[in-house]
Design a protein. Structure first.
Length: 184
């Protein structure tokens, strides 16, 4: 994998860019404090704007590290930030990485997540030259799987009873999708 610095990506409706500390307030409002957003994810609801600000600052501080990719997703027409997409695990030796994303619930069902995911996949597979990119979702969040499929990813595996859905308390299967450069 090439050590390429994170760069701004654009799609027809979105700008994917680095976080700035001023994004913390809107992040808290649009998805950090949204119980629907955090219900099926590994992180907990942000209790205060200070929690979000601290997290955003930690992400900003990591931008100088190798393979640090964490984009805030901004609507071109309104400049409102609606979510983020980032690399949650990376293995330069194996030439692969795992991507994660989340969006405020009021922005669901509009195709933004698939549009952003596709742009990031193209960047990682073509410019960073990753061989494979994967993403995961819990069984009780099938919409996330549809996002992955729309972006060109293929279902690869089901890991049985691997994670608890915080909203329901149920053990959930973890479903893995992936894509290679040849499949893009």
């Amino acid at each position: 994998m090439k050590k390429i610095a994170m760069k701004t990506l654009e799609t027809p409706r979105l700008i994917l860019r680095k976080f700035v500390i001023e994004d913390a307030e809107m992040m808290y409002k649009n998805w950090g404090s949204d119980p629907k957003t955090s219900a099926t994810l590994t992180w907990d609801l942000h209790e205060t704007p200070t929690v979000t600000k601290t997290l955003v600052q930690s992400w900003i501080d990591k931008y100088n590290e190798d393979y640090s990719y964490n984009w805030v997703v901004e609507l071109k027409d309104t400049n409102e930030i609606i979510g983020n997409i980032d690399i949650v695990k990376i293995s330069p030796i194996n030439n692969c990485c795992e991507i994660g994303y989340c969006y405020g619930s009021k922005f669901w069902g509009k195709g933004y997540a698939s549009e952003a995911l596709r742009a990031v996949l193209e960047f990682l597979l073509n410019e960073v030259e990753a061989h494979l990119v994967e993403a995961r979702h819990i069984k009780e969040n099938p919409a996330s799987g549809r996002v992955m499929e729309k972006a060109g990813m293929k279902k690869e595996a089901v890991l049985r009873s691997r994670i608890i859905n915080k909203a329901t308390g149920n053990l959930n299967d973890l479903i893995i999708y992936s894509i290679t450069k040849e499949e893009l």
